[in-house]
Each structure stands twice: as structure tokens, then as C-alpha cells.
Design a protein around this ligand. Structure first.
Ligand code: ZN
Length: 175
């Protein structure tokens, strides 16, 4: 069950990683914008809010604006890329991520975050990379090979004579 869940996580992460890898170069050719207008806000003072997800020149922006918008519902628009978008009014706390200063946005309760494309690529690559290493190690262990270098350990099951790796303790079930 646990392994199935890990396999699924790795597969979904890999698909998302590939998708982001394809969108990254595309963001330099076109600026795609997904827009959800007039979503009901949980804050009664705000009433409505809208969400904008924009892909522009190597960066993704998520922008939540408080208040009603001109258009209802969901839209996807494609524009020319804007390579000169300034980072003035944005603060970076983590490499590749910027948060907009609230004063730089129109209206109270609005917020925005900017993320470099490499950040989701690295994030979604982690699970498939971990899965690959874990699978190689598991297959080597099953075949009686060193999990580190793949050397045949049938003659020396406790310690690898090639790289010095001490064999991991086998589970009590002996599987
Ligand atoms: Zn070894």
C-alpha cells in the first residue's frame, strides 16, 4: 500500500515536472494568463475576489485581487510576452520566489507571488529522482548485489569488498 502510494506520487510528480519543463520555454514565446473572475470570498468584507495565474518569461505569477471584476467565470488568454516586467515592489525570501509588497498592489487584501520556473521543476523532480534511486537499490538488494555500487555480494554478504558499504540489516520476515 505504502509503495503504491509512493509509486503514484512519483508518477504524478514526473508528469507535472515534464509539463512545467514544456511550459518554461513556452513562457518566453507567449504570455499565458488564466483568470477566474468574481469568486466568492470567505471574507464578507471583501465580498468577491479574482485569481490570475500568469506565465511570462520564465516566471509564474499567482495574483489574488480583492473585489469584483469586470468578467465572471474562467478565461484563458494569450498575449505577447513581457520581458521587461520589473521586480520593483517584490521581495524575495527564498531563491526563485518573490512576494509582492502589499502597498504595491491595487486595493486592500490583494496579494501576489512570483515563482521562477526552475523552482517547480526542482520540486516535482524530487519524487521521481528519489523513486529511481530507491528502485535501483531495492533491485540490487533482491539480487544480492551491493546497493551502492552493484558489486556481487554473494561471497561477502556483510560488507562490499569493492566500495566498503556495510550491508543493511534484512527485515525479520526475510523477504
Ligand atoms: Zn559496493
Amino acid at each position: 500500500m505504502r509503495r503504491k502510494l509512493l509509486n503514484l506520487t512519483a508518477a504524478v510528480s514526473l508528469m507535472l515536472c515534464v509539463t512545467v519543463c514544456l511550459l518554461w520555454p513556452l513562457s518566453h514565446l507567449v504570455r499565458d494568463e488564466l483568470f477566474w473572475g468574481n469568486l466568492k470570498s470567505s471574507d464578507p468584507q471583501v465580498g468577491y475576489r479574482s485569481l490570475l495565474l500568469s506565465s511570462n518569461c520564465g516566471r509564474l505569477m499567482l495574483y489574488e485581487q480583492a473585489g469584483g471584476s469586470r468578467s465572471d467565470g474562467f478565461f484563458w488568454d494569450r498575449y505577447a510576452p513581457n520581458p521587461n516586467r520589473s521586480l520593483a515592489g517584490w521581495t524575495s525570501f527564498v531563491p526563485g520566489i518573490w512576494i509582492s509588497d502589499p502597498d504595491a498592489l491595487p486595493g486592500p487584501s490583494s496579494r501576489a507571488v512570483l515563482v521562477s520556473f526552475w523552482f517547480p521543476v526542482a520540486f516535482f523532480a524530487f519524487a521521481p529522482a528519489w523513486w529511481t534511486v530507491a528502485t535501483i537499490r531495492r533491485r540490487r538488494r533482491k539480487r544480492g548485489l551491493c546497493t551502492c555500487c552493484g558489486y556481487d555480494l554473494r561471497a561477502t554478504p556483510d560488507r562490499c569488498p569493492e566500495c566498503g558499504t556495510v550491508a543493511e540489516a534484512q527485515p525479520a520476515t526475510g523477504a
